[in-house]
Ligand binder design. Structure first.
Ligand SMILES: Nc1ncnc2c1ncn2[C@@H]1O[C@H](COP(=O)(O)OP(=O)(O)O)[C@@H](O)[C@H]1O
Ligand SMILES: CC(=O)N[C@@H](CCC(=O)OP(=O)(O)O)C(=O)O
Length: 296
């Protein structure tokens, strides 16, 4: 589809109120492994981030890489097991996860952004103690309303975020790209679900928005029935859906991330389809608004 010059100009002018609204604001983007589908789509996500940066937004990228970790574990003869969306992580698994997240995925995203003339800086939670973590237990919600805690190894939860480091980088025009590996008080590495890291960072930085890019349009009341799409959910509705088992697997950390970010001071949270080309631009700069927003 070819647009006339006038149409292109009017598209830009239509985006002006959104650009004004977000100018100088911090937006945290969680880039999930399942949304890193192919080279073309990866580049489109990178272009969206570059555009955000050049219209004056302060983007922070937190990436996942679950499918890649699973693939590498397989090469080492290890099967992956998840409890409530969290990977059961023994000593060897945390080493492989760190290798894949920091050594492979983080450096790839940084290179792609740098190639597009954005100064991206790759970080893991270990850099300047960006993410101090402690052990996290998985919680299973039973149908009778009860819940139980399960030990899943070197899986962490965020204790503190070094916001000074992030603010310094943003002030100097860098785009921080963060791998979800935390450091414990005893220097051990913790594997943290990237959704939680993004939420804690969005909360600690009082971000305007937390955007979680994933591999589905958003949240469904029944995710096997495409007619039950939900464009807005309140915190209470999300909690009810988790308790009833209507939200499961990898969607649990995502909605919990939204709840956590909202409680800690993030303005808005949305779960959007990272497989859709330019989903970030659609969400931020058009009235269309895609995905499911979780609000107070
Ligand atoms: N109610 C629901 N609505 C939408 N997706 C759901 C729901 N409950 C569970 N899911 C699952 O959650 C998945 C998203 O999590 P996941 O694949 O782990 O994402 P990512 O890798 O982006 O973190 C969806 O593909 C879907 O299978
Ligand atoms: C504890 C835990 O589950 N950690 C995740 C970290 C990566 C991640 O979150 O990747 P996605 O966003 O692509 O799912 C894992 O090992 O898969």
């Amino acid at each position: 589809m070819e647009f006339s010059a006038e149409m292109k100009a009017s598209i830009l002018v239509d985006a002006l109120p959104y650009i004004q609204n977000f100018y100088g604001k911090t937006i945290v983007i969680k880039y999930g492994g399942n949304a890193m589908v192919n080279d073309d789509l990866k580049n489109k996500v990178m272009h969206d981030i570059v555009l955000m940066k050049y219209v004056g937004i302060r983007p922070i990228i937190v990436h996942g890489g679950g499918p890649d970790i699973t693939g590498f574990l397989k090469k080492f003869g290890k099967e992956s097991r998840f409890v409530s969306g969290l990977r059961v992580t023994d000593k060897e698994t945390v080493q492989i996860a760190e290798m894949v997240l920091v050594g492979k995925i983080n450096s790839e995203i940084v290179s792609r952004l740098n190639k597009l003339s954005v100064n991206a800086v790759g970080l893991s939670g270990k850099d300047a103690k960006l993410i101090i973590a402690k052990k996290k237990m998985a919680v299973i919600h039973n149908m009778d309303g009860s819940s139980e805690k399960i030990d899943i190894g070197f899986v962490g939860e965020v204790e503190t975020i070094n916001t000074e480091l992030l603010n310094d980088l943003l002030d100097q025009n860098y785009v921080p790209v963060i791998a979800p590996i935390g450091t414990g008080s005893d220097d051990s590495s913790y594997n943290i679900n990237a959704d939680y890291v993004a939420a804690e960072i969005a909360g600690a930085m009082h971000a305007e928005k937390l955007l979680l890019l994933t591999d589905i349009e958003g949240i469904y009341h029944d995710y096997n029935d495409k007619n039950t799409f939900l464009s807005t959910l309140t915190q209470k509705q999300v909690k009810d859906m988790i308790a009833k088992g209507e939200i499961s697997g990898g969607m649990i950390p995502k909605v919990e991330a939204c709840l956590c970010a909202l409680e800690k001071g993030t303005g808005k949270t949305s779960i959007i389809d990272g497989r859709q080309a330019h989903s970030l631009i659609l969400e931020l700069f058009t009235s269309q608004g895609i995905g499911t927003q979780v609000i107070r």
